[in-house]
Design a protein around this ligand. Sequence first.
Ligand SMILES: C[S@@+](CC[C@H](N)C(=O)[O-])C[C@H]1O[C@@H](n2cnc3c(N)ncnc32)[C@H](O)[C@@H]1O
Ligand SMILES: [Zn+2]
Length: 331
Amino acid sequence: MLEERAAILCCPGCGGNLQVADTLCCSACDRVFSVRGAIPELFWPNEWDAERSDVTDAVKEFYEETPFPDYDEFDSAQSLITKARTGLFAKLLDDQVPAGAVVLECGCGTGQLSNFLSIANRTVFGTDLCMNSLGLGQAFKESNDLRRVHFLQMNLFRPCFKPRSFDLVISNGVLHHSSDPKLAFGAISKLAKPGGFVLVGLYHRYGRLVTDLRRRVFNTTGDRFTGLDPNLREGGMDRAKRRAWFVDQYKHPHESKHTIGEVLSWFDEAGIRFVNSIPRSRPFRPFSDSDRLFAPEDPGNAVERAMVELSMIFRGSREGGFFIMIGQKSV
Ligand SMILES: C[S@@+](CC[C@H](N)C(=O)[O-])C[C@H]1O[C@@H](n2cnc3c(N)ncnc32)[C@H](O)[C@@H]1O
Ligand SMILES: [Zn+2]
């Protein structure tokens, strides 16, 4: 029950304590937040200067129309486990995030990972801007009776959680769809406990080149030749999921691309120590399913990282040119 976890929540407007009942009420500023379909609506806008570009509304509108990644028609808790564990990343998380851990996912989309991680007795908060995506996650939670996952609407720039609340903060495929990924990283890393971990998945500057090329082909041919995308070519997804993948990869209103070195500088500024990355930041050290995600690794030097990053041009295209970085907050 969310009521039992009220102590880690806070008002996204003023940071005050929230009282949780049929609505959520701030004891400092008296603002009242509604709950729709069991999902607390704790979204708060950025309140930046008018000159500053803010893509939040455009991104929210995009995902309200096409929630991502969506579920296959016959997904159940068992099929979610089976599918998730075929991917290296979800399998490693499931094997290595201990039972009892309190996990926050920022930008959970339709909530697959949050639902999946909650199955093995972890408490997981799945948060996103998009109510339609959260609704799909909540429906899956309810139909599979997953009691340890909670879905909440939240803008990651204006968190509804107190700082230093989580053992692990995950934001996978999200910050590159925000106006200011570095600021976003600073905001979510504050939510990790001292000694806790922060994990971000981002589009890579070189890893994304092949996807960029395909986008050009689609845009100039009226979306013919979609078979150039291996995920669309090989099938394995139902219609709604295929559509969600296609628009997310090729029709998105906003995306940015990043490098390992750049994220290391975000880590430095936020007081986060580098722990690991996928792919590894030094060459010739492929990640295997027996490797430890949360055991500190050497980030390598600029030449080693350049070798890894250049090789991503050729091998990053299936997942859209993605890389994952994990850091640990200083104690
Ligand atoms: C590509 S989807 C990734 C979903 C999920 N993490 C996954 O890996 O499948 C990006 C998600 O980030 C969310 N998002 C973008 N900006 C956000 C923000 N400022 N606060 C919260 N969520 C945001 C979007 O609504 C969308 O659901
Ligand atoms: Zn308040």
